[in-house]
Write a protein that binds this ligand. Structure first.
Ligand code: SAM
Ligand code: 2KA
Ligand code: SF4
Ligand code: MG
Length: 218
């Protein structure tokens, strides 16, 4: 049984695939926070900007089989255009994503991207793996396509993660987890400035912005 909070067609807003059309499959549940506001302060990851509790979002639900979920996600891709791309996110997708589901996505013609906190092993077959480390959680994935660090995290300076092999190293300015993104998030503005300065002085790192929030698409 796969539990999905929501699924929607949009543009990937972050990282090296930014701007690419994709169906986002947001799995329910995370291993670093239970998703309840009252427990946020005590969570291992406490800056999350996402509601991943339950299965009641747009196109969400419970799916008995990998084939059923893959067909559901395929129905959200516009016909006859480009190579279908699915981004598995959450919550923490690696609590649920298994080889069987990756296979079912491939059978539907999808390339499979994953956004993970890196604390759980990744199944084989993923086409694009993005690891986003959290300060207080050990990363067990030691190789990925892109490493995308939300910045700044007090106990997670970027240098700490250079032992994780990646084709790209990104800093993503931390946005306020709960404020609406209306361009008036002064905390994010100051984090963006700090991330910019870090990239200027450490050119291995690139800046990525949450483009979907700037454009206002999801
Ligand atoms: C909601 S998480 C879901 C996937 C996975 N659990 C993870 O943390 O990578 C998706 C992406 O949003 C990032 N993110 C979460 N909260 C954020 C915030 N307040 N500002 C910027 N990025 C954030 C995460 O670091 C991750 O790269
Ligand atoms: N458009 C869009 N791009 C994204 N890239 C990573 C996201 C995520 O929440 O995992 C995300 C998201 O929520 N929306
Ligand atoms: S950012 Fe990722 S790891 Fe952190 S609580 Fe949200 S879903 Fe979990
Ligand atoms: Mg998001």
């Amino acid at each position: 049984m796969y539990r999905v909070k929501e699924a929607f067609y949009t543009l990937q807003g972050e990282g090296a695939q930014a701007g690419r059309a994709a169906v986002f499959c947001r799995f329910s549940k995370c291993n670093l926070w239970n998703g309840r506001e009252k427990d946020r302060a005590d969570a291992v990851c406490n800056f999350c900007d996402t509601d991943f509790v339950g299965t009641d979002g747009q196109n969400g639900g419970q799916f008995e089989t990998a084939d059923a979920l893959a067909a559901h996600i395929r129905s959200l891709w516009p016909e006859a255009s480009g190579r279908p791309y699915v981004v598995c996110t959450g919550g923490e997708p690696l609590l649920q994503l298994d080889e069987r589901l990756i296979e079912a996505f491939h059978q539907q013609g999808f390339e499979v991207g994953v956004e993970t906190n890196g604390t759980l092993p990744a199944p084989a077959g993923i086409d694009w793996l993005c690891v986003s480390p959290k300060a207080d959680a050990e990363v067990v994935i030691k190789s990925c396509n892109e490493l995308k660090l939300v910045f700044p995290q007090p106990l997670a300076p970027p240098e700490r993660f250079l032992d994780i092999r990646a084709e790209h190293y990104f800093l993503s300015p931390m946005a306020s987890p709960t404020l609406p993104d209306d361009g008036l998030d002064s905390v994010k503005q100051s984090n963006t400035r700090r991330a910019t300065d870090y990239c200027l002085s450490h050119p291995r790192w690139r800046l990525t912005l949450q483009m979907h929030k700037i454009v206002g698409i999801d």
